[in-house]
Ligand binder design. Structure first.
Ligand SMILES: [Mg+2]
Length: 306
């Protein structure tokens, strides 16, 4: 089955000078233009991240690459290549693999990512997808979580909450947005929102050794969060969904004030940029009101249990 899948993929994947051997050999050759590269990896597992019998596998294939590209975007790294490994259930394994690639390859093409290799296995367990993505080290250096400074504006892309209604599978990684912003403005720190706006912001604060005050009125709430709140499934408000739902795959950036003002008036992206608060020297996550009062803000979000 593996050789049939490789044959199928070699027909579908066009030649790429950055990975000139294609899928023909024991290991991939990668030609990197930049002096260094960045590597990230993500696992998607049936029963944890999706349910095989309820979902269009092309969307799962898309997501499995997209979440890696989002991690590269968080560090302003341009994607180069991906390595894809599948552990397939014994029944229908080849069909499952083909559908996953049907979702993954158009995204790879759109973001100019060479699918350069990987491995495939079958077993009696559930489907597991592992994707490793390789990106360029940006000329200005990587955007990290650790550079936020007191006084920086908290800038976010897009809107938050309610992704579970559907769009968590249709992740649109903010790669182009991150590259453009990193090139055009001074950014001190960045992270992508995989587990929740509040939780991922608190992670950025921890790495930067600072705190953040969020102006709750300024948080862009996604229409899905409002729909979910209206369904009253768990009694949470739209704002609570926006702060804690996760899988938005938007960016949180720490931006010095002057650049933040320029960025907000330029609005150089297709997606809106919003200032939702400010980083402060005092550690912790806070909610602030117009009168300058502060109260602690719970870093809600999704924690993977080990
Ligand atoms: Mg991330």
């Amino acid at each position: 089955m593996e050789s049939e899948l490789i044959r199928h993929l070699r027909e579908r994947i066009s030649a790429d000078p950055r990975a000139p051997l294609g899928l023909s050999d024991d290991a991939a050759v990668l030609h990197l233009a930049s002096p260094g590269c960045m590597v990230t990896s993500d696992l998607l597992t049936d029963g944890v991240d999706f349910h095989l019998d309820e979902v269009d596998l092309r969307r799962v294939g898309h997501k499995s690459l997209a979440v890696n590209l989002s991690d590269l975007a968080a560090m302003a790294s341009r994607p180069i290549a991906a390595i894809v490994s599948l552990v397939l259930p014994r029944s229908d394994g080849l069909q499952i693999a083909k559908q996953l690639y049907d979702g993954m390859l158009p995204l790879a093409e759109r973001f100019d990512v060479a699918v350069a290799g990987g491995d495939t296995n079958s077993w009696d367990g559930r489907l597991v997808i592992s994707v490793t993505a390789i990106g360029e080290l940006p000329a200005r250096g990587p955007l990290t979580r650790s550079g936020a400074k007191a006084g920086d504006a908290i800038i976010v892309t897009g809107a938050f909450g309610g992704s579970i209604l559907s769009r968590h599978l249709d992740v649109e990684p903010r790669v182009r947005e991150a590259l453009l912003l990193h090139e055009r403005y001074q950014l001190h720190a960045g992270i992508d929102v995989s587990d929740g706006l509040a939780l991922d912001l608190s992670r950025l604060c921890t790495e930067s050794g600072c705190g953040a005050v969020v102006e709750l009125d300024a948080v862009p709430i996604h229409e899905d969060a409002r729909r979910l709140a209206a369904q009253k499934a768990d009694g949470r408000t739209a704002l609570e969904h926006a702060l804690g739902d996760g899988e938005d795959f938007e960016l949180i950036l720490a931006v010095p004030t002057d650049d933040a003002e320029r960025m907000l008036s330029d609005q150089p992206l297709d997606v809106p940029l919003t200032r939702i608060g400010q980083f402060i020297a005092e550690p912790g996550l806070w909610q602030g009101d117009a009168d300058g009062n502060r109260r602690p803000l719970e870093p809600t979000g999704y924690e993977h249990r080990l």
